[in-house]
Design a protein around this ligand. Structure first.
Ligand code: AOF
Ligand code: ZN
Length: 364
């Protein structure tokens, strides 16, 4: 094994906790001495030990004179846990390979400086790109406090998410739908517009064979028109948060609050929830990532306001045709091709006969 192999192993360890570390990043560490791995660790959950500490605990006194491979700059601050740098110095680690600096303003650059001041050789940038991509959610949230937005849709070949009557069960196959549940399992929140609730009456929970974690369910409902027997209002399964504007029915609001539904009053823009304000308020509540699952109007608003960070589009080889079936991005269109949102860093995957396109909009 060489330096790249050890860092790759640290990345794999880190990624094994995907969806479980919020609001913290995924981090992995591997400690090597005389060509032998003597310690490994991953950060598993916010508030618990950092990756480096698990790896150092495993290595014990053998850590003296070793090399550490860590996917993120070791912290140098007292957060919920003491600084990793101090422990690395104390254990006599000789050299530290770091994939990327920590964008957290409390840490950035200071971790490296502390190690170097103690005479430890530090190399930054080994597999940096991979590490950056792994923590795309953390990297945005820790500096902006705005949640990372993943827009997901399941469409026919001709870009429709439902028939004209609203029927959408099912467009994509079971493999694709299972992948969606994996996304729900990994992100902090799932968001839909109230129209989707009235058409589909979804539960918006994570349903994976092997269990999983339910995201917080967020409903955009400017005038609080949600039907009170909607499944998504059953808070025994998962928490639910409705975002409305001042123009809401106060008595209904009271009844919903009594049922344990959380309600946020957002600024309004043309009578609708102002999405930017909504994201700021959700970020302030500690929500670091949101899966936007529709419907058409909600997707259209996120598109026109350039508010999503990543698109995950499942395309089924089916054609419904016509102008009246519901398009994936509703509302008004961009007037010319020049204004169209272009995606970059495209990845494609196959789920059976379905195609999945993952991309990042050109405005970020
Ligand atoms: C590391 N190794 O494994 C992680 C780090 O509240 P705390 O003490 O857990 O600190 C959280 C911050 O520490 C987090 O925002 C990020 O900057 C860094 N995470 N650092 O050296 C780790 N998870
Ligand atoms: Zn740390």
């Amino acid at each position: 094994m060489n330096d790249i192999d050890y860092m790759n192993l640290a990345l794999t360890l880190a990624e094994s906790a995907e969806g479980r570390t919020s609001p913290n990043p995924m981090v992995g560490a591997v400690i090597v001495k005389n060509q032998q791995i003597i310690g490994m660790g991953a950060h598993l959950k916010a508030g618990t030990e950092h990756a480096e500490i698990h790896a150092l605990n495993m290595a014990g006194s053998a850590a003296h004179g070793s090399t550490m491979y860590v996917t993120l700059e070791p912290c140098n601050h007292f957060g919920k846990t003491p600084p990793c740098t101090q422990r690395i110095i104390q254990e006599g680690v000789r050299k530290v390979y770091i994939a990327t600096l920590d964008p957290n303003p409390l840490v950035s650059g200071r971790g490296v400086a502390a190690l170097q001041e103690a005479g430890i050789e530090v190399v930054v940038g080994l597999l940096a790109e991979k590490s950056m991509k792994m923590n795309e959610i953390f990297n945005k949230y820790v500096v902006s406090k705005i949640p990372y937005i993943v827009l997901k849709a399941a469409i026919t070949l001709d870009g429709k998410i439902a028939s004209k009557s609203g029927d959408s069960k099912w467009i994509t196959n079971e493999l694709s739908r299972n992948k969606v549940h994996q996304l729900r399992n990994q992100l902090d929140a799932i968001l839909v517009g109230v129209n989707t609730v009235s058409y589909d009456d979804p539960m918006l929970t994570t349903r994976l064979g092997e269990g999983g974690r339910n995201p917080i369910r967020v409903i955009l409902d400017s005038h609080l028109t949600i039907q009170e027997d909607a499944q998504v209002l059953d808070t025994d399964i998962a928490p639910t948060l409705i975002i409305c504007t001042e123009q809401r029915d106060h008595e209904k609001e009271q009844r919903l609050l009594e049922r344990g539904i959380q309600i946020i009053i957002a600024k309004s823009q043309d009578g609708q929830v102002d999405l930017r304000d909504c994201l700021i308020q959700l970020g302030a509540r500690g929500i670091t990532s949101i899966l936007v699952e529709g419907g058409s109007r909600t997707h259209g608003s996120f598109l026109r306001q350039q508010l999503f960070d990543k698109l995950v589009l499942f395309i089924a080889p089916k054609i419904i045709g016509g102008n009246d079936a519901i398009s994936v991005f509703g509302g008004s269109s961009f007037p010319s091709m020049k204004q169209a949102i272009e995606l970059k860093n495209i990845e494609t995957r196959h789920y059976g006969e379905d195609l999945c396109i993952i991309g990042y909009p050109n405005y970020i």
